[in-house]
Design a protein. Structure first.
Ligand SMILES: Nc1nc2c(ncn2[C@@H]2O[C@H](COP(=O)(O)OP(=O)(O)OP(=O)(O)O)[C@@H](O)[C@H]2O)c(=O)[nH]1
Length: 602
């Protein structure tokens, strides 16, 4: 065990974590140059395109240190985005050390701080490295000062490097073996292995990534899950290099995979402890106490997903089930909307997660979807004292039957250069934020706010980026449910309430947002053969009205005689547009209209 080092790389998004991981793998001979794709650790297509790691992966590397000793290094990749922060803490809990990558040209940013605190909380040794030293505007002294000022850890020995040119890679590996402690644990004790991650592979079933803490598991041995007592045989086990490398056993201190013919992801619950099923002749047997597990992750953002064609409902359910095989944080349950018919209410970790799921459904499963505006979960105290959770605005009880509505509040850390403090504060105030703290770190400022999550899921991140020209970064965590004067605003088309369009907003913004949504809908819905009235209402009280005047001329009349190609183009465009239309009553409503609230400016 003395020659094992388990470590992760943590960083703010885009500071070069994946590139550095690839470099380390390459340096340790895990991959021949020609096999090396741009980003080996990001395995899914969408991740590659977006450059975001959404599933933590791992690589077992062999490194011969300068003193000649050969070390086994286990590198565990972590995602960088706030939506996936629980995966960071999961990966880190399997490690004794972490490389904190800071882009030397950017300095410390919000997630550098958040991820580093997660590591320090877990007692992980943090080694700062200053990446992108090849850039002309790299300023390592400033980056070091920020690490010390903001995070409060010693950065004297921070290693300057460039994941791009390879500079500093050997120094990093030497620091990993010298400064990160070897794993502790009892190699002779009863087996205890923690499931760090699990996913579904269509050939072998469930694959579990585990960190063995005590004892060992041999190929062919039977083991059980301590939470459920369900037992399985370890058909195959080994490590990732990052390619799979089968082994005969996984021993204390190691990180590797187990395949045991498990069919359902639910059976291999992340955070659970694996131990032997029964006592063996060598007196090895089941452990009596499980390792401390992880916090369950709860979806924070909900939206309705509906097929554009009713006969696609089963196909959508199949697609969601398949996605869930590899994404245990995705939740869904059947839902019926008067306007949209049969569909599903889905729960996501955040907006990025929602976008990724939507994109995968469309691209990998060829689904045509209508998505409703994202909403958070409200706690509603009814007149009779009963407390219910409301995930869908249209399910909000009538006002007269509500005693109190509580909304989720999060603590947000906003991090930006001084010159953007003004606009960022204005934005946070508009979104009903309450300022808790403001701290200066050189030219950078950290603002801490308490903000309703409902405001954040709409478009806070995009607005933050736009008011700070991309320089501000953020990180948030759930704080509590708090009583709030929020109301449901309904949208009516020709007098009929469209349930899928209901939104929940603060009373002080209800009139404004109701009007803005009605106006936006008027722009989005094209003219029909009759007048269409769009109204916004709180209960029976109409707060806004817009009218779309009836269409008088045929579309084709817009084309001047004879130009066949233009005419055809126009028709084709209409046909394509139709695909995403939903007939509501007698009105054709395009998909975009269901997201009108996202397009409203404050
Ligand atoms: N010039 C320069 N560019 C680098 C260096 N390291 C990474 N990059 C570039 O910075 C960008 C982000 O790098 P990634 O490795 O994808 O960043 P990441 O932190 O893994 O990002 P996520 O996986 O999205 O969290 C890419 O365009 C890299 O090519 C470096 O040392 N020098």
């Amino acid at each position: 065990m003395n020659h094992i080092r388990n470590f992760s790389i943590i960083a703010h998004i885009d500071h070069g974590k994946s590139t550095l991981a690839d470099r380390l793998i390459q340096r340790c001979g895990g991959l021949a140059d020609r096999e090396m794709e741009a980003q080996v650790l990001d395995s899914m297509d969408i991740e590659k395109e977006r450059g975001i790691t959404i599933k933590a992966q791992t690589a077992a590397l062999q490194y011969k240190a300068q003193d000649g000793t050969v070390y086994n290094l286990n590198l565990i990749d972590t995602p960088g985005h706030v939506d996936f922060s629980y995966e960071v803490s999961r990966s880190l809990s399997a490690c004794e050390g972490a490389l904190l990558v800071v882009d030397a040209s950017q300095g410390v940013e919000a997630q550098t701080v958040a991820n580093c605190y997660t590591a320090l909380d877990l007692g992980v040794e943090v080694l700062p490295v200053l990446n992108k030293m090849d850039l002309p505007n790299a300023d390592p002294e400033n980056a070091k000062a920020e690490v010390e000022d903001v995070i409060g850890i010693d950065a004297t020995d921070a290693i300057p490097c460039s994941a791009k040119t390879g500079m500093g890679i050997d120094e990093i590996l030497e620091a990993v073996v010298a400064k990160i402690p070897a794993p502790k644990g009892d190699p002779a004790g009863p087996l205890r292995a923690m499931i760090i991650d699990s996913w579904f592979d269509s050939y072998v079933g469930v694959v579990m990534l585990v960190r063995v803490v005590d004892g060992e598991l041999k190929k062919g041995e039977r083991f059980k899950m301590m939470a459920t007592s369900a037992a399985y045989e370890a058909n195959s086990l080994g490590v990732f290099t990052p390619a799979t490398l089968p082994r005969d056993a996984l021993r204390a201190g190691e990180v590797g995979y187990i395949i045991a013919g498990i069919k359902e992801l639910k059976a291999a619950k992340v955070g659970d402890t694996i131990t032997l099923e029964k006592k063996l002749p060598n007196n090895q047997g089941p452990a009596s106490k499980a390792l401390p597990g992880f916090k369950e992750i709860q979806p924070q953002v909900f939206a309705g997903l509906y097929p554009t064609e009713a006969n696609q409902y089963d196909a959508l359910r199949d697609a969601l089930e398949k996605l869930q095989l590899n994404d245990s944080s995705l939740r869904f349950e059947p839902e019926v909307s008067q306007a949209l018919g049969f569909g599903f209410r889905c729960g996501f970790l955040g907006l990025l997660h929602m976008e990724i799921v939507q994109e995968r459904l469309e691209r990998e499963f060829d689904q045509d979807l209508i998505t409703t505006a994202p909403s958070v979960v409200y706690e509603v105290v009814k007149g009779d004292g009963e407390v219910i959770q409301v995930e869908n605005p249209s399910k909000m009880p009538e006002q007269g039957r509500i005693e109190e509505i509580r909304e989720p509040i999060v603590t947000v850390h906003l991090y930006m250069p001084q010159e953007y403090v003004g606009p960022v504060m204005t934005l946070a105030n508009q979104k009903r934020g309450v300022q808790m703290n403001m701290a200066y770190h050189g030219r950078q400022v950290m603002l801490t706010y308490e903000l309703p999550l409902g405001e954040i899921v709409l478009d806070f991140f995009d607005k933050l980026k736009s008011v700070s020209r991309g320089y501000a970064s953020m990180d948030y965590e759930f704080k509590e449910y708090r009583a709030s004067d929020v109301v449901k605003v309904d949208i009516l088309l020709n007098g009929e309430k469209v349930d899928a369009l209901s939104i929940i907003v603060h009373r002080s913004q209800a009139t404004y947002r109701g009007r803005a949504v009605a106006a936006k809908m008027r722009e989005i819905i094209s003219r029909q053969m009759f007048d269409v009235a769009i109204q916004a209402a709180i209960g029976a009280n109409i707060i806004a009205r817009e009218t779309i005047k009836a269409l008088r001329k045929n579309v084709l009349a817009k084309c001047y005689g004879g130009d066949i190609t233009r005419k055809r183009k126009l028709l084709e465009k209409q046909k394509a547009g139709k695909k995403r239309m939903k007939q509501i009553g007698s009105v054709e409503v395009p998909q975009e209209a269901f997201l009108a609230i996202l397009q409203v400016e404050d």
